[in-house]
Design a protein around this ligand. Structure first.
Ligand code: UNU
Ligand code: FES
Ligand code: FE
Length: 448
C-alpha cells in the first residue's frame, strides 16, 4: 500500500492514477485520513436557528446529530447510543431537548450528556459512570459566515486558516452581501460515482460546461448559453482559477452572477446583483464588488461544493468507493425578497437537484469515470490535469495560486496536491510538513 500510495498523485507533473476513483484500500485510507482530519460541511445556522433545533447528517461514513445549544453554540455528536450502538436519532431534523435510544431507553440531553438510564440504581447498582458515557462529540465545530463545519481532529487548523486564500474571493458574497442562508432540507440522491469525481469537477472545471451541458444550455437560455457546443472560445479576461494550501479552490467567471438559471430569472437576478455591486464598491472596492457579482465554482476540500450567484450548494457524501450520496441545498442572500428566494430554490433543484437537467449531464460522466476503474489495466494509468501548467502564479495580482484564464486545471492540481499530502499523512503535523512549500511545488510543475 505504501509504495502505491506515493505514486497516486504526481504533483510535479499534474497527473493522478485513475484508481483514485475506485479502489477499496484508497477509500479506506480516505475515511481515516481525509474525512478523519478535514473540515466537513454540516449545516447552516439558518437551518437550526433556535435552541434544541437539530439536523442529522454525515461526516464521511458516520452519521452525526448537529444541535443548537442553549447558549447559541452548535455541537455535533455521533448519532450512536453509547450502550449497544443503536442509531440514536432516526429523524432528519427536528427540535428536541434530548434523544432517547429505541433499544433500551438510555436518554441523552442535546448537550450530549447521558441523563437517564432505565433502572439505573437497580440494574447497575450505581456503578455506571454516566459522565464517561456522553455521546461521542465531534472535536471541532466552527462557522464560516453562518456555514457550519465540523472536524474530527483536534489538531486541525482553524476553519478560518483552512479557507486561507479563498476568503478574499468568498467574503464579498458570503459576508459583505449582508450574508447568506441555505434553503433545505437538502434534496438527496445516490449516484454510482466516486465522491471525488464531482468534487474535482466543481473545484475547477469550466472546460466541460459548453460541451457536457450543450443541450441544457440551449434549453434554458442561461448566462452561459453562448458557450453551448464550445461555439465561443474562452477569450482573455473571462475568468480565473484559484487554489490554496489545503486543497480548496475555485474558478471565477467574471460578471456571470445568475450563471445556470434560465431566462425567467436572469433579468431579476442580474438587476439585484448590479444594484448591490454598486453599493459594495464603496465598501470593499470595485474588484471585490465585481467578484460578488461574478460566478464562482468552488470546492471546499474535500467534498463540499457550491456555485455562487447560481446558489447551488452541495455535499458529496462518500457511501463506498463507487457510490456517493449527493445533498443539494439552495443558497440565497438573506436580504432578497422571499419571492425571489423561492424562485431561485426551485430553479436550483430543477437544474442541479435530483434529476436536475444540468446535474444529470454531469452524472453520466462521473459514473463512467468511476466505472472505468474496474479495468485492471486502466486503473493504473494516469489521468491528466495539466491544462495551463507552468502559468500558475502565487500571490500575484490575486491571492492564492492562480491561473489567469477562465478554463484551466490549476485548481485540480491544487486539490490533488493537498489530497496526496492528506491521504498519506497520519497527523496534521505531517500534513503541514508536506504542505510547507505547497505554492512552490504547484508553480514549478511541468508537463515533463
Ligand atoms: O460545475 C461546474 N464545474 C461549473 C458550473 C463550472 C462553471 C460554471 C458552471
Ligand atoms: Fe475529458 Fe474525455 S475529453 S474525459
Ligand atoms: Fe457540470
Amino acid at each position: 500500500m505504501k509504495d502505491q500510495d506515493s505514486n497516486l498523485i504526481d504533483v510535479n507533473h499534474g497527473t493522478q492514477l485513475h484508481k483514485i476513483h475506485g479502489d477499496q484500500k484508497i477509500f479506506e485510507k480516505e475515511l481515516e485520513n481525509v474525512f478523519g482530519r478535514s473540515w466537513l460541511f454540516l449545516t447552516h445556522e439558518s437551518i437550526i436557528p433556535n435552541h434544541g433545533d437539530y439536523i442529522v447528517t454525515k461526516m464521511g461514513t458516520d452519521e452525526v446529530i448537529v444541535s443548537r445549544q442553549e447558549n447559541g453554540d452548535i455541537k455535533a455528536f455521533l448519532n450512536v447510543c453509547r450502550h449497544r450502538g443503536a442509531q440514536l436519532c432516526p429523524n432528519e431534523a427536528g427540535n428536541a431537548k434530548g434523544f432517547v435510544c429505541s433499544y433500551h431507553g438510555w436518554g441523552y440531553g442535546n448537550t450530549g450528556e447521558l441523563q437517564a438510564v432505565p433502572f439505573d440504581k437497580e440494574v447497575y447498582g450505581g456503578l455506571l459512570d454516566k459522565c464517561k458515557n456522553s455521546l461521542h462529540e465531534v472535536a471541532k465545530v466552527q462557522s464560516f459566515h453562518g456555514f457550519i463545519y465540523g472536524c474530527f481532529d483536534e489538531d486541525a487548523p482553524s476553519l478560518d486558516e483552512y479557507f486561507g486564500d479563498l476568503k478574499w474571493y468568498l467574503e464579498p458574497y458570503f459576508e459583505h452581501s449582508g450574508g447568506l442562508e441555505l434553503i433545505g432540507p437538502p434534496a438527496r440522491c445516490l449516484i454510482r460515482a466516486n465522491w471525488k469525481c464531482p468534487s474535482e469537477n466543481f473545484v475547477g472545471d469550466a472546460y466541460h460546461v459548453g460541451w457536457t451541458h450543450a443541450s441544457a444550455l440551449r434549453t434554458g437560455q442561461s448566462v452561459f448559453t453562448p458557450l453551448a457546443s464550445n461555439s465561443t472560445p474562452p477569450t482573455e479576461g473571462l475568468g480565473l482559477q484559484v487554489t490554496t494550501k489545503y486543497g480548496s479552490g475555485l474558478g471565477v467567471l467574471w460578471d456571470a452572477y445568475a450563471g445556470i438559471h434560465d431566462s425567467s430569472l436572469i433579468d431579476d437576478m442580474m438587476q439585484w446583483a448590479c444594484t448591490k455591486e454598486q453599493q459594495l464598491a464603496e465598501k470593499i472596492g470595485v474588484v471585490r464588488a465585481r467578484i460578488y457579482r461574478s460566478h464562482l465554482n468552488t470546492t471546499i476540500f474535500p467534498n463540499n461544493s457550491f456555485l455562487t450567484g447560481s446558489g447551488v450548494f452541495k455535499t458529496w457524501q462518500p457511501i463506498d468507493k463507487d457510490t456517493t450520496e449527493v445533498y443539494t441545498w439552495a443558497m440565497v442572500e438573506k436580504d432578497m425578497p422571499e419571492e425571489l428566494k423561492q424562485r431561485i430554490a426551485i430553479s436550483v433543484q430543477r437544474t442541479f437537484g435530483v434529476a436536475g437537467y444540468w446535474e444529470s449531464d454531469d452524472n453520466d460522466n462521473m459514473e463512467s469515470e468511476t466505472y472505468m476503474t474496474k479495468g485492471f489495466q486502466t486503473k493504473n494509468k494516469q489521468l491528466n490535469a495539466q491544462m495551463g501548467i507552468g502559468n500558475d502564479v502565487y500571490n500575484g495580482e490575486y491571492p492564492g495560486v492562480v491561473g489567469e484564464s477562465a478554463i484551466g486545471e490549476t485548481s485540480y492540481r491544487g486539490y490533488y496536491r493537498a489530497y496526496g499530502a492528506i491521504v498519506n499523512s497520519n497527523s496534521w503535523h505531517e500534513i503541514e510538513d508536506k504542505s510547507s512549500t505547497w505554492a512552490d511545488i504547484l508553480t514549478n510543475a511541468k508537463t515533463k
